[in-house]
Design a protein around this ligand. Sequence first.
Ligand SMILES: Cc1ncc(COP(=O)(O)O)c(C=O)c1O
Length: 384
Amino acid sequence: MTDSFLPFCRPQITQGDIDAVVDVLRSGWITTGAKTAALEQAFCELTGAQHAVAVSSATAALHLYLVAQGIGVGDEVITPSLTWVSTVNLITLVGATPVFVDIDRDNLMVSAAAIERAITPRTKLIIPVHFAGAPLDLDPIRALAAQHNIALLEDTAHALGTLYKEIPIGRGADSMFSLQAIKNVTSAEGGVFVTDNEALAAHMRRLRFHGLGVDAYDRQSQGRNPQAEVIEPGFKYNLADMCSALALNQLQRLPEINARRAELAAHYLKLLDGFSQVTPLVPPSWAHRHAWHLFVVRIEGDDAPTTRNQFIEAMKARGIACGIHFRAVHAQKYYREQHTGAPLQLPNTDWNSARICSLPLFPDMSFADVERVVATMRSVLTPE
Ligand SMILES: Cc1ncc(COP(=O)(O)O)c(C=O)c1O
């Protein structure tokens, strides 16, 4: 056990990761190129998806997707409110309306039944979240989207390596993975969109680089015409090879990284068993393999959120950082002020938003670190 500061997450960077990035720096080609193409190929192999488009963040992937699908003013997009703000921000920024559905109280995910109740003739897209590394119950959600002919974009930011009924998350659906610094595999910042839709992948690829038919790497490596022209206005969301090389090297360790996370999570669950002030999430009842991106607990107490916020402060004062994933988006200033009608009925979202807390979880943690976190939680929540 150590008394040094325990961060909420520390990326695992090996000598091999550093060498991979240095090789790119020495190569003469540091932006989007062969490493990014290899990363896309690796995502296809890992998930079984037919196409992958690497971008500068999952948020960028979402933006490109909304534009490529023509979603805008007058359209509704169904999503949970207990998600990362970028989803709701982007829906709003393209002029569409976010429609929030409540989540399961104990796994924080939306169900097909909850989504179905929110569908209207204006619904153009559903963005459910595979939360904390656990999978959504996908079969009924995919069936519902297909039945209503509504696009489905799975938010797989937390779900790299997750299995649903032995099928890798990302297979057979449009999905956006994140490679941001705290994710199970990182490129510092980055994201990968996967799909089986070739035309959609090609469209997003074009939109990711200014709407040009080709990018600089295509021109260099494929001998294409350097006088590329804009086919439609696009963005600058390409991923640099420096970043791709890091994620590519880390991906080779994904099985070990996720296995270590699972061991640490199991240790937390054992130590927290019977601790009445703290309720961990309940893993889904359907068959799955968890990627343990986050270890989320709820701090019980009638006067939440003060209790949860005070808990996080007390842990910090004792050298342990915790996180909040997430504070409900509908309760944040801008969205609170925008909302006019009757108060939203999202009881499980509100209950969790006031109580959730993510404990430190990263592969280089030791069991002693987990024991220190739980011992400190006991001293904070049940002082003598
Ligand atoms: C559920 C969820 N969706 C989307 C994102 C956005 O990912 P990025 O930071 O790569 O844009 C995140 C980021 O943490 C997330 O947690």
